[in-house]
Design a protein around this ligand. Structure first.
Ligand SMILES: [Zn+2]
Length: 404
């Protein structure tokens, strides 16, 4: 079965900008032709005329927790259904075709990854991290996705169990956060040197990338020096952190939404709508607002100094997360082009999938979205979603609704 997406404005994320009048041909789930004018129309091909709409790679969110809505004392069965629905909704309603998970209980992300990959259920591609590993008195303890371990042996055992259960990477917590009790502060680091060294050593030995939650200069530097694949958050950094990022080629995932999405900072109806559902406590709002200016400053410095960066939100639900985070990148000074590349090409690269995904090029898997209006003019235009394709198959078609 051949599918031709004709008459597209193409944002391929290989070169900057838009090419008009493009046809993209898909066979067996992969792109076989990208033609600037006309293109071949194999007999029997299904042709979808995009009418000049904008075709780009499917979006990625590389920092995802799937719990939504929060249900007190939810069992594993309840959580599994909830996560599957949340993930599928992100794919259908916002065009998030791939995610990397940053803390999921009971290896539900590993199970969903397999279900989505084999087509038993429809959902985004998942790069799974299993449990969020932290210490006693660590971070994210109230979330249900944290597993506590203490001492080098505690970390080594927990990490080996993660491997045995099929994770793709290991999520390691090095420091506190914005959301948490009074003893969980983002300027504090949580692991002893011997715990850090043991945790990184076992990951290195088995070739597992470390996704490191690090929120202050001490934790960021420790993570980068010990070989973290990506550093998440980086609310407080210093110039040496940025130098180390560049020297080691470590990825930075800034998660702006955590400090930026509060009522006083909210600038759009999408943000206020999200805030209404989220119901943040006054204490968390204050912690976020106190951390925001410095976070914003380091985001901009990292972006302009050539640190490798990809888009990850740490927000829920998935339907809102990537779009809100992308809008915040632009608000903080990234161009729409930089932002879209962070959420496509660079995100795929971070996940080790650059050979197959993240751009619109011949040979790549056809995970694609179509939006009515140009997102390079205004990043909010990503919300004018018309089509979502995964593996070359249309999984969501909003064109009828858009016309109505
Ligand atoms: Zn997180």
């Amino acid at each position: 079965m051949t599918l031709v997406l004709a008459n597209a404005h193409l944002i391929d994320c290989v070169r900057p900008g838009v090419t008009a009048g493009v046809s993209v041909t898909i066979e067996e789930g992969r792109i076989v032709e990208v033609a600037a004018r006309g293109g071949t129309r194999p007999a029997g091909a299904q042709v979808i005329d995009l009418g000049g709409a904008y075709l780009l790679p499917g979006l990625w969110d590389v920092h995802v927790h799937l719990e939504w809505p929060r249900i007190a004392a939810a069992g594993v069965a309840e959580l599994t259904v909830q996560y599957a629905a949340n993930a599928a909704q992100g794919l259908y309603e916002s065009g998030v075709t791939s995610i990397r998970t940053a803390g999921t209980p009971h290896f539900i992300d590993v199970a969903l990854k397999r279900a989505f990959a084999t087509g038993r259920l429809v959902g985004p591609r998942i790069f799974a991290g299993g449990w969020f590993l932290t210490t006693t008195a660590g971070h994210a303890l109230g979330t249900g996705f944290a597993r506590t371990c203490d001492g080098p042996t505690g970390f080594v055992r927990a990490i080996r169990e993660q491997m045995e259960n099929g994770v793709d990477h290991v999520k390691l917590n090095l420091s506190g956060g914005v959301f948490g009790p009074s003893w969980d502060r983002h300027w504090h680091s949580f692991l002893l040197t011997e715990e850090l060294e043991a945790a990184f050593a076992i990951c290195r030995q088995r070739g597992y990338p470390v996704m490191a939650h690090a929120t202050n200069p001490d934790a960021v530097k420790a993570a980068v020096r010990l070989g973290a694949h990506s550093v998440e958050h980086g609310y407080i950094m210093d110039d040496e952190c940025l130098t180390l990022f560049r020297e080691h080629g470590t990825w930075y995932v800034p998660t702006l939404g955590i400090t930026h999405l509060t009522p006083a900072q909210s600038a759009t109806s999408f943000e206020s709508c999200w805030l209404e559902q989220r119901g943040l406590t006054p204490d968390i709002v204050k912690r976020a607002e106190d951390a925001a200016p410095e976070h914003r400053g380091w985001f901009a410095k990292a972006l302009h100094s050539g640190v490798k960066m990809a888009l990850g939100s740490d927000l829920r639900p998935l339907r809102d997360s990537a779009l809100l985070e992308m809008e915040l990148w632009v608000k903080d000074g990234a161009t729409p082009q930089q932002t879209i590349e962070a959420a496509t090409r660079h995100a795929a690269d971070l996940c080790g999938a650059a050979a197959d995904l993240g751009t619109v090029e011949v040979g790549k898997i056809a995970d694609l979205i179509v939006v009515r209006d140009n997102p390079l003019d205004d990043i909010h235009h990503l919300r004018s979603l018309q089509l979502v394709l995964k593996d070359g198959r249309v999984v969501a078609d909003h064109r009828q609704k858009a016309r109505a």
